[in-house]
Ligand binder design. Sequence first.
Ligand SMILES: *Cc1c(COP(=O)(O)O)cnc(C)c1O
Length: 363
Amino acid sequence: MSTVAYGSGAVAPGPDAQGLVDLRSDTVTRPTPAMAAAMAAAALGDDVFGDDPTVNRLQARLAEVLGFEDALFMPSGTASNLCALLTHCGRGDEYLVGQMAHTYRYEGGGAAVLGGIQPQPLPQQADGSLALADIAGAIKPDDMHFARSRLLCLENTWNGNVLPLDYLREATALARSRGLACHLDGARLFNAAVATAGPGGDPYATARAIAGHFDSVSVCFSKGLGAPVGSVLCGSRAFIAQARRARKMTGGGMRQVGSLAAAALHALEHHVHRLADDHALARRLAEGLAGLDGLAVTAPQTNIVFAQLQGAAAGRGAELLAHLQRQGVLATGLIGLRFVTHLDVDTAGIDRAVAAVREFLAA
Ligand SMILES: *Cc1c(COP(=O)(O)O)cnc(C)c1O
């Protein structure tokens, strides 16, 4: 197995280099050689003391890009959302959230387990939005019978879908008019920004416009941005000071972590515009799959392609995934077939994935 240089050691090359097309998630990427060099060169300090200059640069840079006073480096998106919820809400408070949103469904119920925070899940529309009437109807009056409604939590992108700016403005204005704060799980905020800005648009300015509707925003660097680890939570200075306590309490205070912050900084500078390439690969995959009998494909807005087996092929998802794996193509089948593009796949890999699905359906 070949390797690329990384400091004094080595990291394994991306999946393509091993002959694998790994479309399970955009979390699977390896550092590019340029990112690895930035990681190896990072100046370090003890971040629990606030001494790590690279972490401080990352936090200041993302806060500046998104228009917040302050930011905090986090070990994961789950930790980032959890610390945001622990900071916005106390015991007996509730947050309004989508029934299929990551914070509610895929984070172990941490806000309830660790914070005594009651989730108020709401049905999501096909695009991932929460209907304004549902939000309005779920906010409780100030009455001892009810949990205190404190926070609206939205997610953009959700399952690869982009929430329109107009919707974000209306939903957050409604929440604010009833005294709620607003948090954005922006794990894939920059995918949303690139798609919203369109070709020739400025994804940084668009990310700032999206983030501007929220009191706090969490961004993952370990997804499409291609860093190995890390998220950043943004908010006001007072909010981040309190979130720092929550991070320490939940075990997320990290020490000489600047090499990971360096990867995120590199991604923030060099991997935002290129998310458009991932979106183009997702369209190429969807177009390839859409021509096949037995498969219903949802046209992707960003880097995630969903497909459902139909007709004679319905119910054969596990078989298809096993077939793909034998062909060196990895995907997931938790909520329909899901394929995610990222910087370690290329057109040849996408075409191999399409060919492998075609072969299965033709057999
Ligand atoms: C990945 C993801 C997270 C956080 O996941 P971690 O694996 O904890 O980093 C949060 N929200 C969304 C929408 C995600 O896709």
